[in-house]
Design a protein around this ligand. Structure first.
Ligand code: ATP
Ligand code: MG
Length: 233
C-alpha cells in the first residue's frame, strides 16, 4: 500500500523517479528495524515535538515523497505544533511544486511557502537548484523539521545555526548524522506518532519541554538504533 502511494505520486507528477529509488533505500533499513517504531525512535519523536512546541518559528520542509506518503498527517502536525510548511524539492520544477501544494491544500487550508520564485534565498555551498529556499520560510525559521531530505542541504542548514530535526531511516546518511534530532523511523509512522505526542505535550510547561531536550543525546540514540539494526541482521 505504501509503495502504491508513491507510484500514484509518480504518475501524478509529485514524485520523481529518483524518489522511488530513495524510498527503496529507506525500506532496506526499515526491514532491519522490523518495520516498527523502536523505543529509540519514539524517544527522538518526543524530543522533536518538545523542540517544535518551544520554537518561535518552526517550519516543516516537505518534498515529493513526503507529500505522496502522508500529506494529511503532515498538515495536521503543522497545525498542532504551530509550524509552517515549505515545499522544498531536490529536483525542482514549478509544476511539481504546485502539484505538491495542491495535494497539501486538499487536506486543509494552510499557508504554503516555497512557491514564489520572487521569494528565493540561497543556501551556502550548494550547487544547482537545490540551493534555493524561501526567504520568508526556512531562511528565517529557527527550527526546521526535514520530512526526508538530502545531506548537502541538511549540513548547510546546521552550519547556519538552525535547529534541525530529520526523519531518515538510514542512520548513516549525512542527514541523519548532521541533524540535531534524528528520527530513525519510517515517515508514515513517525508523523502520526508525533501528532499524538503533541496532543499529550502541549499542556506541559516550558521547563518540562526544555528538560526533555537537554537530557537527549542524539548520537547515543543513533548508536542504539544501529545496534538494533545489527540485531535485525
Ligand atoms: P544523504 O544525502 O543524507 O547522505 P542519501 O543521498 O542516501 O543520503 P537522499 O536521497 O539524499 O539519501 O535522502 C533520502 C533519505 O531518505 C535516504 O537516506 C532514505 O534512507 C530515507 N528514506 C526514504 N524513504 C523513507 C521513508 N519512507 N521514511 C524515512 N526515511 C526514508
Ligand atoms: Mg543525498
Amino acid at each position: 500500500m505504501i509503495r502504491e502511494r508513491l507510484v500514484n505520486g509518480f504518475r501524478n507528477g509529485i514524485v520523481v523517479p529518483q524518489g522511488l529509488i530513495a524510498h527503496g533505500r529507506g525500506e532496506a533499513f526499515d526491514y532491519l528495524l522490523g518495520e516498527k517504531t523502536t523505543k529509540h525512535a519514539y524517544e527522538a519523536e518526543k524530543v522533536a515535538v518538545c523542540l517544535l512546541l518551544l520554537s518561535d518559528k518552526s517550519i516543516i520542509s516537505i518534498n515529493g515523497n513526503a507529500a505522496a506518503l502522508c500529506p494529511k498527517d503532515l498538515v495536521t502536525l503543522a497545525k498542532v505544533t504551530n509550524s509552517r510548511i515549505e515545499v522544498n524539492l531536490f529536483h525542482k520544477g514549478r509544476s511539481r511544486t504546485s502539484a505538491i501544494a495542491r495535494v497539501l491544500r486538499k487536506e486543509d487550508t494552510v499557508e504554503i511557502l516555497g512557491l514564489d520564485d520572487n521569494s528565493r534565498a540561497i543556501l551556502k555551498d550548494i550547487a544547482s537548484d537545490r540551493k534555493y529556499v524561501d526567504k520568508d520560510g526556512i531562511m528565517i525559521s529557527d527550527t526546521i523539521f526535514l520530512a526526508l531530505e538530502d545531506g548537502d542541504r541538511t549540513e548547510s542548514l546546521v552550519r547556519m545555526g538552525k535547529k534541525v530535526i530529520s526523519v531518515d531511516l538510514n542512520p548513516l546518511s549525512r542527514t541523519a548524522v548532521a541533524s540535531n534530532i534524528t528520527i530513525i523511523d519510517n515517515i508514515v509512522r513517525a508523523i502520526p506518532n508525533m501528532i499524538k505526542i503533541s496532543e499529550q505535550l502541549n499542556k506541559k510547561d516550558k521547563p518540562y519541554l526544555l528538560k526533555q531536550i537537554r537530557n537527549f543525546d542524539n548520537n547515543g540514540n543513533i548508536d542504539k538504533s544501529l545496534l538494533l539494526m545489527k540485531k535485525g541482521i
